[in-house]
Design a protein around this ligand. Structure first.
Ligand code: HEC
Length: 300
């Protein structure tokens, strides 16, 4: 082989590996770094894989086809990948649950339709196509959230909400330290978040000063929802009503604007215009019918 030939071979190799690389990294989505090492709290076994297979056949096979069978829906762009492929199996469990929760391009989100438990079962089924896979379990145990006691109270002197998070463990009551606390006020349409960057301290307490200008109902009542999220204890929430809002007794916006309201009548000019239009139309109709009758009567 001449040096020239070697050189050509080298270039061909470069182009080839570039194309392979490009096709491997042609994903349209990327899981955020802090989600990549999320693990399942469900231990994958034959039973979770069997349940996952049924869920996969009902929800995923229409696009992805059956793993290893090369029967994906080819009319989509990009073509849904074969999930038993090395490329898809090299994704972490965290990345898999991320795309199931969020979807990507044509792939829908399954967060609400399936929920995480069923999503982990599908992943359990898919991991059965990977001989090298070894599961790493999450520390989180869903049963643990039942041990949590979350109490919220209002301190008048400092005008703040105080949250106390403890867990009734076997060896006694312990404080939940470093849990994320978020606070919402309930509104007609969803919850209005008023605090998000709060963590419980070494004694399981979190405190934040409550805004003094939030409108409540007639009595100034506000429904305050406190949510706790902790790696070990999961998500727990508590709702309590406090009279700490600004009393508000205005007629609702919709009362004035509602079509069935009895307070505001249509303006006279609209009623006049409508009546004139209707009467002119009826007169025209009578005139035409009368003329038609004339035509029939004059028949010889
Ligand atoms: C409407 C068609 C459709 C359905 C239904 C669907 N997917 Fe997808 N899926 C896609 C497409 C298209 C992509 C490629 C996304 C991209 O990269 O843009 C994809 C990508 C993926 C990926 C990433 C694979 C990789 O290597 O990048 C995974 C994992 C996945 N889907 C799993 C599932 C599972 C599990 C289900 C069922 C719960 C499902 N999908 C249902 C269309 C679908």
């Amino acid at each position: 082989m001449t040096t020239n030939q070697k050189y050509n071979q080298f270039i061909a190799f470069l182009i080839f590996s570039f194309v392979i690389n490009a096709s491997l990294s042609s994903r349209n989505w990327k899981a955020p770094d802090d989600q990549k090492d999320k693990n399942s709290y469900i231990k994958f076994d034959a039973s979770t894989a069997a349940q996952g297979e049924a869920i996969y056949n009902a929800n995923c096979a229409s696009c992805h086809g059956n793993p290893g069978k090369n029967n994906a829906l080819k009319s989509l762009n990009p073509i849904p990948p074969d999930l038993s492929s090395t490329a898809s199996q090299s994704l972490t469990d965290g990345e898999l649950i991320y795309i199931l929760n969020n979807g990507a391009g044509l792939m829908p989100s399954f967060k609400n339709s399936l929920g995480e438990e069923k999503e982990w079962m599908v992943i359990s089924y898919l991991r059965g196509f990977n001989k090298n896979y070894i599961q790493e379990l999450s520390k989180f145990d869903p049963a643990k959230s039942k041990l949590v006691k979350l109490v919220s109270s209002f301190d008048k002197a400092s005008n703040s909400i105080i949250v106390n998070a403890t867990a009734d463990e076997k060896n006694g009551k312990i404080a939940i330290v470093g849990a994320e606390i978020s606070v919402f006020v309930k509104r007609y349409f969803g919850n209005f978040q008023i605090e998000k960057a709060l963590k419980t301290d070494a004694s399981g307490l979190a405190k934040f000063s409550f805004p003094t200008d939030l409108p409540g109902n007639k009595n100034g009542d506000l429904e305050v929802l406190v949510k706790l999220y902790d790696e070990n204890y999961g998500e727990v929430q508590v709702t309590k009503t406090y009279s700490i809002g600004v009393p508000t007794d205005k007629p609702g916006l919709n009362e004035d604007r509602a079509i069935w309201n009895t307070l505001v009548k249509a303006p006279l000019w609209i009623i006049g215009l409508y009546a004139t239009g209707l009467i002119s139309f009826l007169l025209l109709l009578a005139f035409l019918l009368n003329n038609l009758r004339g035509i029939f009567n004059s028949k010889v």
